[in-house]
Design a protein around this ligand. Structure first.
Ligand SMILES: C[S@@+](CC[C@H](N)C(=O)[O-])C[C@H]1O[C@@H](n2cnc3c(N)ncnc32)[C@H](O)[C@@H]1O
Length: 216
């Protein structure tokens, strides 16, 4: 099997895992403040992005981009589950400058090269197999304008290599220290800042990384 086929196989499994989790989606809006309140690491790092043309990867039912509903920026919401994208289209009806795209779980094919000022992904990449993370980093490098930045919330869990992510704490994927940075460098992206964060009482289970495409 070639690496691309492996990534697509992993993406198909993720699509199945996240198609029917109504319990998650029904509750998710009630704790969106843990990402958007002023003093959270997420908000502090998000404030460094230029949101003029922003892609939200793995948007779910749109609770994060909804925080920007009154902003005049262009928002591109992407998710591997078509039902989530249909939900977002309904949710954002009447909100200007919003595009909602269902993707294949490995690339950003609907987004033009060098067109976005920023990309972010919260509470989703933590579950992605690292072969998918590499694909998305390569795609992030493609779609960002020179000088553009991405804010990615990903796993920092070093256990269970080759295993099922759903058997790990909080469904975190295997992502040993250093691997994310290695992939960023291979994708031609600079790692600007990383903050380790706890999740569900597990210290340093996750990492929030601000990365950038070098200015031309
Ligand atoms: C835990 S939910 C989080 C949704 C949203 N980020 C939020 O915080 O509300 C995980 C999301 O990742 C999406 N997802 C899973 N694998 C994906 C992939 N390979 N590419 C794009 N989206 C994916 C799922 O469909 C789901 O919407």
């Amino acid at each position: 099997m070639v690496a691309d086929d492996l990534a697509r196989q992993k993406a198909a499994a993720l699509r199945a895992d996240w198609t029917t989790d109504d319990q998650y989606y029904d509750n998710a809006d009630s704790w969106v403040g843990s990402f958007w309140a002023d003093q959270t690491p997420f908000r502090q790092m998000f404030n460094r992005l230029d949101p003029h043309v922003i892609v939200e990867l793995a948007c779910g039912r749109g609770r994060h981009s909804w925080q920007m509903k009154d902003w005049s920026n262009r928002k591109i919401l992407i998710d591997v589950v078509p039902e989530n994208i249909e939900f977002c289209r309904r949710r954002f009806t009447g909100v200007a400058n919003v595009e909602c795209l269902a993707n294949n779980g490995v690339d950003l094919a609907g987004v033009e090269t060098a067109s976005a000022t920023a990309l972010f992904c919260y509470d989703a990449m933590v579950h992605f197999d690292h072969v998918i993370v590499l694909q998305y980093l390569l795609e992030t490098a493609r779609i960002l304008k020179p000088g553009g930045q991405a804010l990615l919330h990903h796993s920092n869990y070093p256990g269970n290599p080759g295993g099922d992510y759903k058997t790990n704490p909080h469904w975190r994927a295997f992502m040993p220290g250093g691997l994310f940075v290695d992939y960023c460098r291979k994708a031609g992206l600079d790692v600007i800042e990383q903050r380790l964060i706890g999740w569900g009482g597990e210290p340093a289970l996750d990492c929030v990384s601000l990365i950038g495409k070098p200015a031309a």
